[in-house]
Design a protein around this ligand. Structure first.
Ligand code: CA
Length: 383
């Protein structure tokens, strides 16, 4: 193959209003947005990525990356990652610089796979699995109605759809949360997995109180009990209550997770592939987690592009512990309203009875519907 050059780096800022706003412990939204990254090689081959977080800010940072990428080798994913990271390191070790870098890195992996005619999972070392069990994320708060009623209806629907586990949003106050947890456990029955996500709505004292009292409901993990920048409180929550502690959707890069792992601040880490540094970095973080004996369950909350990236990573997560019937990683499937989550793909990624097949086609294994991008685009594309 002839050496190739990166010729175009462009972003697509997409946005759509929701039919009804929804809320979690510290915020609410009435729109869904995304920043997709498109990188084109000189032969016209195109790769796609997605950045997690505020779309316009991500797009602005990708624009700042552009001169460092144009003309470069589209196969040199690690070289580009470190070049961009080092360039912005002094002000960009966490947050938006890394979320923007994640979208670029995912697009480069998709492009590399398409140029080499291989799925990303093969290029990352090979797939340990061809499909993965999914759990349902939802149970956001609405502006109207009794939360306990509509949330129990919602989780009943997930069980009926075949999901083996659901994640419940809490962080609205210990007593209210405990009443809801009890009602949801009763609704889904004893055989369905139940996880809790506080979106860092507690301090350590409240989180320990909630964890102690909720543990009798057989809880899979307690996600983001406290703010992400306070690992000391994470350590306290781990020590002070019996439910495994999860977190990491607001943590970044191998250096950020080095601290989490070294301090054993979490039992399960949840890097977001579109935020923590992309496929290059998340594979490294996953291998670090294996070395520390900490479980890895990716956070997923974007469009089908982010979902496809998470699936390629899920394929290569090492089985751990290494027994014949190894524990298998789980896919997070966000079931909240998202007008273009699947519309951006020519073929949606869906579950069947709670399991999702990992695409085999080159790159991320998905194709983009440019018509959908045109419909939902609110910013940049022409570069
Ligand atoms: Ca979460």
């Amino acid at each position: 193959m002839q050496p190739r050059r990166i010729e175009v780096v462009r972003t697509h800022v997409l946005e759509a209003p929701l039919s009804e706003p929804f809320a979690w412990s510290f915020n609410a939204t009435s729109v869904r947005g995304a920043c997709l990254v498109e990188i084109v090689a000189d032969d016209g081959t195109t790769g796609w990525g997605e950045c997690y977080g505020p779309p316009r800010l991500n797009a602005a940072i990708v624009a700042a990356f552009r001169p460092l990428l144009i003309g470069g080798d589209p196969l040199a994913t690690d070289v580009h990652w470190l070049t961009l990271y080092n360039q912005f390191r002094d002000q960009g070790q966490k947050g938006l610089v890394v979320t923007a870098l994640s979208g670029v890195d995912i697009a480069l992996w998709d492009l590399k796979g398409k140029l080499l005619g291989a799925p990303v999972k093969q290029l990352l070392g090979g797939a340990f699995r061809s499909d993965v069990a999914a759990y349902a994320t939802g149970t956001y708060r609405r502006g109207t109605g009794e939360a306990r009623d509509y949330i129990c209806d919602e989780v009943r629907g997930y069980v009926r759809e075949g999901f083996g586990a659901v994640k419940l949003k809490i962080g609205f106050g210990v007593e209210e949360d405990l009443r809801l947890i009890e009602a949801v456990r009763e609704t889904i029955g004893p055989d369905c997995g139940l996880m809790l996500d506080a979106n860092h709505g507690f301090d350590a004292i409240e989180a320990i109180e909630l964890g102690r009292r909720a543990s009798r409901h057989d809880i899979g993990w307690f996600e983001e009990p406290v703010v992400p920048d306070d690992l000391g409180s994470y350590e306290e929550v781990r020590r002070g209550q019996p439910i495994p502690v999860a977190g990491g959707e607001c943590e970044f890069t191998r250096w950020g997770f080095r601290e989490v792992l070294r301090r054993r601040a979490m039992d399960i880490i949840q890097p977001d592939t579109c935020a923590a540094g992309g496929l290059s970095e998340c594979k490294k973080i996953a291998d670090m987690a294996t070395a520390f004996g900490v479980r890895y369950v990716p956070h997923v909350w974007g469009t089908g592009v982010g979902l496809a990236a998470a699936l390629q990573l899920l394929a290569v997560l090492p089985p751990s512990p290494p027994r014949t019937r190894a524990l298998q990683p789980l896919l997070e499937m966000d079931r909240s309203e998202h007008p273009f989550r699947q519309a951006v793909l020519t073929q949606p990624i869906e579950h069947r009875g709670g399991r999702v097949a990992i695409p085999d086609a080159p790159g991320l294994g998905v194709e983009i519907d440019r018509g959908a991008l045109d419909r939902f685009r609110v910013g940049e594309a022409a570069v």
